[in-house]
Write a protein that binds this ligand. Structure first.
Ligand SMILES: Nc1ncnc2c1ncn2[C@@H]1O[C@H](COP(=O)(O)OP(=O)(O)OP(=O)(O)O)[C@@H](O)[C@H]1O
Ligand SMILES: [Mg+2]
Length: 274
């Protein structure tokens, strides 16, 4: 626990010590939907893009935020409140979910956070699976959608065809169906950079959450970080060594760290701290 406290302290120092980068995106006036957002509304209500979720499948994959009867869903609502507060204060709309090494729980946290945000009446959330190495969002949600980022990459699908509405109001998902070879090259390609800009600027009333691979195992996260407004760091309790956490904080030196989630603690009900 000590090393995690240390990382939490470091994260706090980082936040207070670094002046927040200016958010580059200008938001719509509160409450007014842009033409692109209206277009998105019609995309998500197109029945071809709607996928129904199965509650038992979600539970098996630790996706609980939609179920207020689940004793851990409150933790994600609490995380959501703090995330939204800080993002609104800074006019940030895009957040990357990062961890030092694999299996900290990034995908589980990203999905639950997106669902929890979408449950706020004034908010909409878009969850994008940019872990092109080990995509898990579709699997955990139980989404089987024919077209995904894989098809977009090879020019076989338009953005509008890969946006899925998983039957939860105000939530959209962009899945990746299978691992992509040369993922960091793909993420830095011109086509992908355009996609990221489009996601950030076109649907400008949304909170966009990017699920990413662990930062120490590939340069994918580093490629994407300059494009996002802020980072949520997920640490698996006891999963990372102190040098790994220190190196992660060094790599995040130029990023706006929204907070740290300590996941996979021994006491299940207190699994998620912010
Ligand atoms: N709080 C938790 N307690 C126990 N198991 C958990 C918890 N959170 C996630 N898990 C489990 O840990 C495994 C890894 O979770 P997840 O896929 O979300 O991690 P990840 O950080 O996205 O991994 P990767 O780096 O491989 O993408 C999954 O089997 C998930 O169900
Ligand atoms: Mg993952």
């Amino acid at each position: 626990m000590e090393k995690i406290k240390d990382a939490l302290d470091k994260a706090k120092v980082k936040q207070t010590g670094s002046k927040a980068r200016q958010a580059t995106i200008v938001r719509n006036k509160a409450g007014s939907l842009s033409q692109a957002d209206n277009e998105l509304e019609s995309i998500v209500y197109n029945s071809q893009n709607v996928v129904q979720l199965d509650s038992a499948h979600l539970e098996n994959h630790r996706i609980v935020a939609q179920n207020k009867l689940d004793p851990t869903s409150w933790a994600f609502d609490s995380l959501r409140t703090q995330v939204l507060q800080k993002m609104e204060e800074n006019d940030w709309r895009t957040v990357a979910i990062i961890s030092p090494t694999p299996s900290a729980g990034k995908s589980v946290v990203a999905i639950n956070l997106a669902i929890s945000i979408a449950q706020q009446p004034q908010k909409t959330a878009m969850l994008v699976d940019f872990d092109l190495r080990k995509p898990r969002v579709a699997e955990y949600l139980g989404i089987k959608h024919e077209k995904s980022i894989n098809d977009f990459i090879v020019g076989k699908a338009e953005l509008s065809e890969i946006i899925v509405n998983p039957g939860i109001p105000r939530l959209t998902v962009i899945p990746t169906n299978s691992p992509v070879l040369k993922s960091s090259e793909t993420l830095s390609s011109t086509g992908f950079q355009k996609l990221i800009i489009e996601l950030k600027e076109r649907y400008d009333s949304r909170i966009v959450i990017f699920d990413l691979p662990p930062i120490l195992n590939a340069d994918d996260a580093m490629v994407l970080l300059p494009q996002v407004d802020c980072v949520l760091l997920v640490l698996g309790d006891g999963l990372h060594t102190e040098p790994e956490i220190t190196e992660t904080m060094r790599l995040l030196a130029k990023s706006n760290i929204l907070g740290v989630v300590v996941n996979r603690t021994e006491v299940e009900l207190r699994s998620y701290y912010y």
